[in-house]
Design a protein around this ligand. Structure first.
Ligand SMILES: Nc1ncnc2c1ncn2[C@@H]1O[C@H](COP(=O)(O)OP(=O)(O)O)[C@@H](O)[C@H]1O
Ligand SMILES: [Mg+2]
Length: 538
């Protein structure tokens, strides 16, 4: 349990939060959301005592332990994998090191004997005898096989280190667990593992994430950081989003009676609960619905960007035909013999174990890479808008936002351009900022404005949710669901893929898998798994 009382955090003159009073209790998982720079990481650093607040207190339950997922991938380079994990339980680790030092002493005194027996007692209390096997099974569960447990950290790959640091944070089931964007560097399989683990975790968890699928599968509560305030809601992100949008619509319906509004909210909760009950349920979701109540539903003050793509003409039947397309890069085959006919209404997600395969494919069909085998042909009626993975070259200029966007517009009227930028939440002074200083998220918002100008009927998106905040991801996601044209995309965002795509194409070095299938089904389908194994290992 973590109790926060009268907390203020201030940097210089700027107050990040004021007067925060919250209690985080066992069995619950709190999803922390908020715009970039809202103070999510700072809040976690205060809770873990890495940063002193300007005022107020943070207290844990008596005798409780708190553990943090480390973001520093090099901090443990000299230690073995197993020790890195064991050290995550600092109390136990300190006992072990002191104990071992005593036993190694040549002149072991009576006092040492007494101390040793004290340590042995504490060691036993903390189930120290099981520590190594617990740590080992945690590692193995995360796909770090036993022959690696005694290797030193610096010999492991980045992907392996992330999993070991995760095992370190979870080791010994801490009473309080803090995770700051844990899914960023994790592959899909490990994310699923973590979702399952946290859903059944009986202690207190706080997690910062932009991954909606992850938030929805693990969280029982949502903490929204906005305008210097922390607000706690019962329910996961999906519930918070849908219910606060409903409350916002109700706020605008002045003539509707309070009673009718209440009924509508009750009906919403009923429908939501029914869906949860039907879904492949996790413990946290079950716990969550028990706690929902309509008094807590408040309209959201959040602003969502207005992402709208309006095709200037309907696509005909001939969209994109790809024949025998192969691409290698630095001697490695990215994909081979890709044959594909894009059909009307297709929204295709491209996936691969090697993300360079998608980037290469998108570059080829956009005419940016001519080093390939095979052919592709766009239909007569097709107009495309492409969001590349790497947009750095677009921003090497002294232009301000308006000047920048005018490069891509037929109509360079300033009011018209401001309208587009305004929909992406750029306004006032900001419009005169130089594009070269923009943050990753702001650059993405500019690139989306550029895409909207194109009025294209086919969108090609290489990892569109990169750097975007939750509001932008949500708005982008919503608009693609209803977009009346074709979408070809790649993404790390589970929810995005699940709700946008109606066709999945996996690119492998030995051919493709092409399925008209739901993404959740695709990743659990045994037939697909078998095909993958063959295609990747051939
Ligand atoms: N030690 C510090 N001194 C001054 N400003 C800081 C410090 N740490 C963070 N900030 C500022 O506080 C704000 C919140 O940062 P952070 O908690 O990292 O945001 P988030 O994790 O929500 O993106 C940012 O504007 C950041 O620049
Ligand atoms: Mg942060």
């Amino acid at each position: 349990m973590i109790t926060v009382s009268n907390l203020d955090v201030q940097f210089g003159k700027r107050a990040l939060f004021q007067d925060v009073n919250l209690k985080f209790t066992p069995g619950n998982c709190y999803g922390i959301i908020g715009a970039n720079g809202a103070g999510k990481s700072t809040f976690l650093r205060v809770l873990s005592k890495q940063l002193d607040p300007t005022r107020g207190q943070v207290t844990l339950g008596p005798g409780e332990r708190l553990s943090v997922l480390s973001q520093d991938h090099f901090a443990f380079d000299e230690y073995t994998v197993l020790d890195t994990v064991l050290m995550g339980h600092t109390t136990l680790w300190d006992i072990m090191t002191e104990k071992n030092a005593l036993y190694e002493k040549a002149d072991f005194t009576d006092a040492d004997g007494i101390r040793a027996s004290e340590l042995e007692e504490k060691f036993a209390e903390l189930e120290g005898w099981n520590a190594e096997s617990d740590a080992a099974s945690l590692l193995s569960g995360l796909g770090i096989s036993e022959e690696l447990h005694y290797s030193v950290m610096k010999d492991l790959s980045g992907k392996q280190k992330v999993r070991i640091l995760l095992a370190r944070a979870l080791f010994g089931k801490p009473d309080n667990l803090l995770l700051d964007e844990p899914t960023n560097d994790l592959d899909l399989e490990t994310v699923s593992w973590l979702e399952h683990y946290l859903s059944n975790f009986e202690h207190t968890v706080l997690v910062v994430s932009h991954d909606r699928h992850f938030l929805d599968s693990v969280c029982t509560h949502t903490v929204d950081i906005d305008f210097g305030k922390l607000q706690l809601f019962a329910g996961n992100y999906g519930f918070w989003y849908e219910s606060s949008q409903l409350a916002l619509r109700q706020q605008q319906q002045q003539n509707k009676k309070a009673e009718e509004k209440k009924k509508e909210l009750e009906e919403f909760i009923r429908r939501f609960s029914a869906n949860v009950a039907k879904s492949k349920q996790t413990t946290s979701r079950k716990k969550m619905i028990e706690k929902l109540n309509i008094e807590e539903i408040k309209p959201s003050s959040r602003r969502y960007p207005g992402i709208i793509f309006t095709p200037s003409r309907e696509p005909g039947n001939q969209i994109l035909e790809v024949k025998g397309l192969s691409k290698s890069f630095e001697g490695k085959v990215l994909f081979k013999d890709l044959n594909l006919n894009v059909e009307k209404d297709d929204k295709i997600v491209f996936i691969s174990r090697d993300p360079r395969a998608m980037t290469a494919f998108f570059q080829i069909i956009n005419g940016e890479d001519e080093d390939f085998e095979g052919t592709f042909k766009w239909g007569q009626t097709i107009t495309t808008a492409y969001l590349p993975l790497d947009n750095a070259t677009f921003f090497n200029s002294d232009y301000n936002l308006i000047e920048w966007l005018s490069q891509f517009a037929k109509d360079t009227n300033e009011v018209f351009l401001k309208g587009f930028l305004g929909r992406m939440l750029f306004a006032g002074e900001e419009l005169l900022k130089k594009v070269s200083v923009l943050s990753g998220g702001e650059k993405m918002r500019c690139m989306i404005s550029r895409m909207m100008l194109k009025d294209a009927n086919t969108l090609i998106l290489d990892t569109p949710t990169n750097h975007l905040d939750l509001e932008s991801i949500q708005a982008f996601n919503n608009t693609l669901k209803t977009f009346k044209g074709n979408v070809l995309f790649s993404s790390h965002d589970h929810e995005f893929i699940q709700t946008v795509s109606n066709r999945i194409i996996e690119l492998t070095p030995n051919g493709i898998i092409d399925k008209m299938m739901d993404y959740d089904d695709y990743i659990t389908d045994p037939v697909v798994a078998e095909m993958k194994e063959k295609l990747y290992t051939k």
